[in-house]
Design a protein. Structure first.
Length: 461
């Protein structure tokens, strides 16, 4: 049995049966049969109707969905509600973009060999999709990894994070209520061995993964030949702050980007490089606001920072911060665990560049601030790690902004906004060790289709 615990008080929420390889094999058979026989395919209008109905049902259950996500994931109630509203919009986006899954005409008669021909490219579903999800956005990640497949016409099997499976299971019930036929979206609550069997099976055409780099790259190496994949890992998000930055906008933005969901976000603000002329002011003002954040029960509407997903994660963050302190780091606020499951919002000033908090994704409520005098050197340090995801620069100088955007190694650079900004219709993903492929609902839908060329030969052309 899989036991699902509340991250805040470790109370048991629910027990779920674990399935093994035999049950996973049945899920694969079901999904593969749906795709292999085109008479089973869902026409575009039906997919649109199902997703529109899904969004309507979700709108009627916002409070229920919010509480499920907050209880199992630990994200504060208000932030979980934002996640639910975002998820509803994601379903709508997928329905709207079904009409954009289209091909194009390929010109012919450009050479003697191509005369009397007409050619068209169409897009069709790629096949069976398998998704492995993460815990930090239990509903919205489910949307991104299942609704995109359904909208593209692909049957999908999703393995939710073992710590947060309830939002996923509840959402699949909503899909069924909205009219999705059996087998088109299945949840696989299984152990690691069965999950590996699922992911690496030759019947899988597309693999979507959100989680740790170690697991993601290992699974990629085991994929069956021809399986396309998208991997979304973490980053150690850098921010460059120039001396002309607007502090009234900067400080609240860093606070939100660094401590949202207790820092458990793959693009959470982590390394903030601040011009030395304003570094102390920025660091102290951020620490002052961080001290005021209310840490506690995610179901309490006043809570601003919830628990980490498991007590072992608190242990890890505590160990990393203590290492930085032992190496001479100045702690401006926090730096200690509050309980078995919660850690203080922490601001560290000038931790050594070789400290773990400077080189690895913290995935906890810790922001590191470094003073710099040379922006080029700060960018060089920001780019020095293997992971590259989203980054940011704060400045009023458009030339400096554009130069910094060009030089930062990142898939996205925010100007005068924090690194964790995202809307679901924009491209989103890591590069290098941070992942492969590009997410964002319309981008994922495009990835989950493939091209087919038709060439017509006729003397009438």
């Amino acid at each position: 049995m899989l036991k699902v615990f509340s991250p805040f008080d470790q109370s048991l929420i629910k027990e779920l049966p674990l399935i093994g390889k035999a049950e996973v094999e049945k899920q694969l058979q079901t999904a593969y049969a749906l795709f292999q026989h085109q008479s089973n395919w869902l026409p575009a209008y039906q997919r649109i109707e199902i997703l529109e109905k899904t969004a309507e049902i979700m709108k009627s259950q916002v409070e229920k969905l919010t509480k499920i996500a907050a209880q199992e994931g630990g994200k504060p109630y208000m932030d979980s509600k934002v996640e639910v509203l975002r998820a509803i919009n994601g379903v709508k986006l997928a329905a709207e973009h079904i009409s954009q899954l289209k091909g194009e005409q390929i010109p012919m008669s450009l050479t003697k060999a191509s005369e009397n021909r007409m050619a068209f490219v169409s897009r069709e579903p790629i096949g069976v999709v398998v998704s492995v999800s993460a815990f930090n956005h239990p509903l919205n990640l489910t949307i991104h990894q299942t609704v995109t497949a359904i909208a593209s016409g692909c049957p999908v099997i999703i393995k939710p994070a073992s710590t947060t499976p309830l939002s996923c299971l509840n959402f699949i019930e909503i899909l069924k209520q909205a009219g999705l036929p059996d087998g088109w979206c299945q949840a696989s609550i299984c152990d690691r061995e069965a999950a590996t069997f699922l992911v690496t099976d030759k019947r899988v055409n597309y693999f979507s993964f959100i989680g740790s780099a170690a697991v993601g790259w290992k699974l990629k190496s085991q994929l069956s030949p021809g399986t396309r994949c998208a991997l979304e890992h973490g980053g150690v998000a850098p921010v460059i702050v120039e001396q002309d930055a607007d502090l009234n906008e900067l400080i609240p933005s860093l606070l939100k980007g660094g401590f949202y969901h207790a820092g458990q976000v793959c693009v959470s603000v982590q390394r903030v490089f601040v011009h030395q002329s304003i570094c102390d002011k920025v660091a102290n003002e951020l620490a002052t606001l961080a001290k005021k954040l209310i840490v506690g029960n995610p179901l309490d509407e006043k809570t601003e920072v919830g628990p980490l997903i498991t007590p072992s994660e608190v242990d890890r963050v505590e160990k990393w911060v203590n290492e930085a302190i032992a190496k001479g780091t100045t702690v401006l606020c926090g730096g200690k665990r509050i309980s078995e499951t919660c850690y203080e919002p922490t601001v560290l000033l000038n931790p050594p560049l070789d400290a773990t908090v400077s080189t690895h994704e913290i995935f906890g409520p810790v922001v590191c601030i470094y003073a710099y005098s040379d922006r080029e050197k700060a960018i060089e340090i920001a780019n020095s790690l293997e992971v590259h995801f989203q980054a940011a620069v704060f400045t009023k100088n458009i030339d400096i902004a554009l130069d910094t955007v060009k030089k930062l190694n990142a898939t996205a650079v925010m100007v005068n906004d924090h690194t964790a900004f995202r809307v679901d219709w924009m491209p989103f993903g890591g590069r290098d060790a941070s992942g492969i492929g590009m997410g964002g609902i319309p981008y994922t839908m495009h990835e989950m289709t493939r091209e087919k060329l038709m060439v017509i030969k006729s003397n009438a052309l």
